[in-house]
Design a protein around this ligand. Structure first.
Ligand code: ADP
Ligand code: MG
Length: 507
């Protein structure tokens, strides 16, 4: 998929142009419109091009920014947040652990029974609870009381094989997918809400303290042992099964990466050196920005228009441009913007531009993906999405093929750029080359709906990473789907950071 298939459409355009001179006037008008549309695509294809040389420059820039972000606070657009996770699950963990996953309009409570090396994850149970809209804009107490209430109910359903040991306090891993300034493995202050939450009184407060207060009020014997985000949880979940996991990448509605750094290689880390020698870094890589990124006018317009007051970090001029070129929230919207321009400037869908086509975010990435994967001879799915979602009825096969080309250009660019980001991490760790005589294997845990469901995206990303690394090194790198980091991963981190394991942890 990397070599965009748009060539065929362009050759077609040239042929149409040549023929136009011979036919009657209205045909001429149509073909010149077609040529205009093809010119728009050609321009898009040129600007989105991701030759290997460019991707290497992006990867190098990522590595440079990683160094800068590790060196000092605010040293880079990459925040390189210290997660305080210095004990990654090994598989030896034993006992019953809870997790709470709060990151949107639903939250989940979950418990797992871990049986050590032999037993693994022996049993798990979870429950999903939706948050009433009024609690998303109420007071911190109301929200956390509501969550603690659900947690208490869930704890009350502990059954025969799945109950806490009598003399032990229950331990909980808390996945909180909002911007947090982490202050220890089990504390962090809320920087700001996103995703529709607006509880001003909670900003600046320690979210673990708030949750703990609510848990106590309910009379629950439970302690919050780890506060993490979903990417760090995914890394933990991956490492639990594969000791060679060195990084995790989320490709879902948004995108992010976390990786395992040598604690001694983090200049801005002023805490004691953990015995493990390791520290998980939450890169927040959606913030990455580089002049090497293949940016188009569609990205710039999307970026400017999506400026939700208070949502983004204002003094960062960047507004998550890397995330906007890669993640599921935006890919469909970029395609819609291209189609809208073709409709407006080249009458690509006839004389009127349908209202739907002008509606931001109406074309979701799953719809784009469905069109991209359409294998029917008449591209029936493409026709249906155009009609039902974008209000464009009766499209010809020729037009539908062009739409698939556009999906391909935008998805390929995103996939190639995520591969370049992964290469950046491998470079930072010195794993993009082989050391003489050393047996080396690096596993990267991947999760998220985009990775899971958009096969052409996933295949393009994996193929591109292989191309970038070359056959020999590529043979040492494994991409592994790691499911449910925000749930199980958090419970595993509660286990590996358990209060009951406090022997000598630091030098
Ligand atoms: P989140 O990132 O919000 O935690 P997920 O990891 O489940 O959630 O990812 C959901 C995202 O994955 C959706 O927003 C969408 O962009 C993308 N996605 C889901 N299904 C598909 C699909 N069939 N094709 C392409 N993208 C998909
Ligand atoms: Mg997720």
């Amino acid at each position: 998929m990397r070599k965009a298939v748009v060539g065929a459409a362009l050759v077609g355009a040239a042929a149409v142009c040549a023929a136009a001179a011979l036919v009657v006037r209205h045909r001429m008008k149509n073909s010149s419109k077609w040529a205009k549309a093809m010119a728009i695509i050609k321009d898009l294809d040129d600007k989105c091009a991701t030759p290997l040389g460019k991707l290497r420059q992006v990867a190098d820039a990522m590595t440079v920014e990683m160094h800068a972000g590790l060196a000092s606070e605010g040293g880079s657009k990459l925040k390189m947040i210290i997660s305080y996770v210095d004990k990654i699950p090994t598989g030896d963990e034993k006992g019953l652990f809870y997790a709470l996953d709060l990151g949107g309009t639903n939250f989940r409570v979950l418990r797992v029974k871990l049986g050590g090396k032999e037993g693994g994850v022996m049993q798990q149970e979870f429950e999903e609870v939706s948050i009433p809209p009024e609690l998303m804009v109420g007071s911190p107490e109301q929200l956390f009381d509501y969550i603690a209430e659900a947690l208490a109910k869930f704890v009350a359903t502990e059954s025969e094989g799945l109950h806490a040991e009598p003399d032990k306090q229950r331990e909980l891993g808390f996945t909180f997918s909002f911007p947090v300034k982490q202050t220890s493995i089990a504390s962090g202050t809320l920087i700001r809400w996103t995703k529709g939450f607006k509880i001003d009184d909670a900003v600046g407060k320690d979210v673990v303290a708030e949750l703990t207060k609510a848990i106590k009020k309910k009379g629950l014997d439970m302690r919050v042992t780890a506060l993490v985000n979903d990417t760090v949880g995914t890394l933990a979940g991956g490492r639990y099964y594969h000791p060679d996991v060195i990084a995790a990448v989320i490709l879902g509605t948004g995108t992010n990466a976390a990786y395992v750094e040598r604690a001694s290689a983090i200049p801005k880390w002023h805490g004691p050196l953990p015995k493990s020698g390791e520290m998980v870094i939450n890169m927040e890589w959606g913030n990455f920005r580089s002049s090497h990124l293949p940016t188009t006018e569609y990205d710039v317009a999307l970026d400017q228009e999506s400026l939700n007051p208070g949502e983004q970090i204002k003094n960062h001029v960047l507004l998550q441009i890397y995330e906007k070129m890669i993640s599921g929230m935006y890919l469909g919207e970029i395609v819609r913007r291209v189609l809208c321009r073709m409709a407006e400037e080249a009458g690509f869908f006839g004389d009127v531009v349908p209202e739907q086509l002008k509606t931001p975010f109406i074309l979701r990435t799953p719809d784009m993906s469905a069109m991209h994967h359409d294998a029917s001879p008449d591209l029936k799915v493409v026709g249906t999405v155009l009609k039902d979602v974008l209000g464009v009825p009766n499209t010809s096969l020729k037009v539908r093929k062009v739409i698939v080309d556009i999906c391909d250009i935008i998805a390929s660019r995103g996939a190639c750029l995520s591969a370049a980001g992964i290469l950046g991490i491998l470079k930072k760790l010195g794993r993009d080359s082989l050391k003489q005589g050393e047996k080396q294997k690096s596993v990267i845990a991947l999760d998220g709906g985009l990775f899971e469901h958009y096969s052409k995206f996933r295949e393009c990303m994996e193929d591109t990473l292989k191309e970038l690394l070359g056959d020999e090194v590529a043979g040492t790198i494994v991409i592994e789907h790691s499911n449910d980091g925000s749930g199980i991963g958090a419970a595993l981190l509660a286990a590996s950071h358990s209060h009951y394991l406090e022997e000598e942890e630091y030098y």
